[in-house]
Every structure is written in C-alpha cells, then in structure tokens.
Design a protein around this ligand. Sequence first.
Ligand code: GDP
Ligand code: MG
Length: 465
Amino acid sequence: AARTRDDLRCPIVVIMGHVDTGKTKLLDKIRKTNVQEGEAGGITQQIGATYFEKSTLLTQTARLNETEKFDLTLPGMLVIDTPGHESFTNLRSRGSSLCDVAILVVDLMHGLEQQTIESLHMLKNRGTPFVVALNKVDRCYSWKTCKDMPIREALKEQAEGTLQEFRSRASDAKLQLQEQGVNSNIYWEMGDDDWENSDFVPLVPTSAITGEGVQDILLLLCQIAQRKLWKQLMWCANLQATVLEVKAIDGLGMTVDVLVVNGHLREGDRAVFCTLEGPIVTEIRGLLTPPPSREMRIKSEYIHHKEIKGALGVKVIGNGLEKVMAGTSVLVVGPDDEVEDIKAEVMSDLTKLQDKLSTDKKGVMVQASTLGALEALLQFLREETKPPIPVSAIGIGRIHKRDVTKISIMNEKGCPEYATILAFDVPIEQAAREQAEEVNVKIFTADIIYHLFDQFTRHMEHLTE
Ligand code: GDP
Ligand code: MG
C-alpha cells in the first residue's frame, strides 16, 4: 500500500526534564482522568511506554477543541516516560529517530535545572522538535483550581496577583531558555513566523495535579505531529524496531522488550536478532502488552496479541533470546527475503563497530549496557581522548568471568595497561571480580563516560610513573 498522509502511525513522544519536575505525574494525570471518566479501555500501559488511543486523545482534548476545531487524524500516541536522560540515550541509540517529538518538563517554581538543560541540548543536537511544559502552575500564589481545564480558561479565573506571579515566572523561564540559545513563547502568543520557525519552542503552562493545561499540551502535540511531522509519521509496512531491554520474566523465560516504530510484528514471524556471537533467527512465540492500567505491570495480566502495528511497545517471547543486545534492530524474514541478507542487515550496526576496533589487537575491553551506549563510549575514546585509547574487544551487558580471561592476554602481549575493562552501566559477576584479582585485570565501572575516562587516565599515569 502506498504511504499517505491519511495513514499516519502514532507519534512517539518522550517526556524529559529534571527529576521532580512532574514528568511521571503528568503522564499519570492523563491516565487517571481517563480512568475516572470510565475510559480505561482507551489507555494501554505499554512496556516502558503508555499508549493512548485516538478516542482517548479526542476525549482528553474535547473542551479545548471546541474552539480549536482541529481535525485529529492520528491513530493514537505512544508516550515514553524517562526516569533520567540515560534511558533516552538508549532509546535514541544508533542515531535513528525513534522519538518523534518531546515534552521538556520545567518546574515553573524552579526554572531551568541541570538535567533540564542537558535534555534541552540533547534535543537540540538531535533536531527533535519539543514543547516545554511549564508545570506546577497551580503553585502560583492563590491559584484557583480549574480542574482539567484548558489553560487559557483557567488563567481567566485567576486574580490579578496570581496572574502577575505567573507572568513573571513564565518570563523568567523564557529568559533562561534564551540563555541556552532557545527562542520560546507562551504558545498562544506565538506569531505565524514563530510557528514557521522550527527552532522556536512553544511554552505550555500545566498542572499535573489539577490538570490545567493538560488538554493544551496533548492537542499541541497532535497538531505538531500532523502538521509538521507527517512525512516521518507515514505508516509503512517495513518493520522498524529496536530492542529496548532483555529480561527474564517468571514463567515466560527470557523476553525482549521491543519498541516497534513502524510496520507489523506477528506471532509466528521468523524474527532476526543481533547478538555478539552472531545473528539468531527465532520464531515469535508471543507478543504481550500490559492491560489498560495506570501503573502496575502484573505479569499474569499481560494481554496476548496475534499481531501488533507500530508504533507500539511490546514484549516478545521466543527461544534463544538470552544474548540479544539492547539497542539493536529487529527484523523479520519475509516471504521474498533471503535469510542471509536479513541476518547481515541485523548485524550491520555491530559489524560497523567491530570494524573500528584496534587492528593490531592491542587495546582495552569496553563493555556497555546497550549498543547505543557502546557506540557513544567508543566514539568518546576515539575522538575525545588524547591519545585515543585503543579498544580491542567490545561487549554488551553483564561482565562474565570469560570476558576477564579474554582481556587478560594483554598481560602476555606486553601491554598490561590494556588488561582493563571499561564497564559502562553494566553489572559484574562475582566470579568475574575474583578472576580479575587472579589474572591482574582492572575493571573500571561508571555510569558517566567522563568518570570512566578519568579513572583510566589515572590508571595509565600510575603505570607509567
Ligand atoms: P518526575 O521526577 O519528573 O517524574 O516528577 P514526579 O511526577 O514524580 O513529581 C515530583 C513531585 O512533584 C511529586 O511530589 C508530585 O506530586 C509533584 N508535582 C508534580 N507535578 C505537579 C504539579 O503540577 N503541581 C504540584 N503542586 N505538584 C506537582
Ligand atoms: Mg518520574
């Protein structure tokens, strides 16, 4: 079928911002409102994501849309809540645009905080469009609650003193954004030129507790998606999917959480996954999503699907998934496909990385939690360290004893400084630690790249003293 503007997939929306700005609460608010209104069927909590059906979006924006009269055609919206920005890095692994648009949440009472600024630059660098939620507007002095109302209606109800505080805080936030090189304005005060300018950021005052402005932010995201992102949102049958996480679930064995951006996944499909030891081809035995619910994900309550359509987060059951790497692509062998071609394609991201490893086989081992993190780390070691730190081996996930044994050969090769594992955000087995003692391998761990580099540099200085 031809790709058309009439057949868009769900946009993938990511919520970012400093801790405690209200990211989770904002998502909760949208879910709860719906549950209260008996619309539970309209919301499905997904793996690491919440899926809102079109009907949910329509009811949640009904009041505002009486005046906006926006013709909402999206099939729904997939919203991803991030605990910190690291998971976002993972989601956005391989530079592929998994997220289409973002909500950057700012606490109106605190202004721009550290993680917000980091998120801001991350979004700018990647060219991801975003809106800023000026959250906790209800904390303005003597705020009069207008539960779940469009924000302009709520502001009309406020006393002059409250409005003054709101305006002053909003303009502070605007200035702080300006300092970060971002032009912004309260969204209904933006001119036509501002809307045309893709670098201009709309500000939406919200309260995640009392719900003012939540309609506005939802409708605005829909409008941005339909008006500005429709080209990238045209649904297509080609599967585009990325492994988010690999985890064991009681009674199900090893499962893989997959973000399906586009295309279909069906039970019985022959799926191809990437592992360090090569591609694996396995039949999809089950496709699960959690049921409509607000937060708890109880495994016995998973809903089984015969087929799912992107964009959606889904838990995949199959054999031999233990070694699948987070951050890699998933493909399906179609009737006209050569399985070898699909295997090569699935492995290509990893192969590209392996091609860049030290050619004389002397260098440290680098282990990271996902392919995306590994890529970032390798790039850092190659480009940001002087001299570059050579890497001879890479891995994803938990550090085993055999990894330690493998890198210990650097001691025999006459470069003990490279008998080292740089471990980024991964667990280390006790047996691996013991083995490291035994065979003189250093393991440095950190969840911030710079820290790893500092440790290793000190180690090198120590050795050369
Ligand atoms: P996150 O870390 O960004 O996910 O923030 P949370 O959603 O966990 O919220 C942090 C705290 O701020 C919680 O105590 C929330 O109740 C509170 N909070 C979040 N949004 C609002 C809001 O709009 N108004 C008020 N008054 N409190 C809020
Ligand atoms: Mg949270």
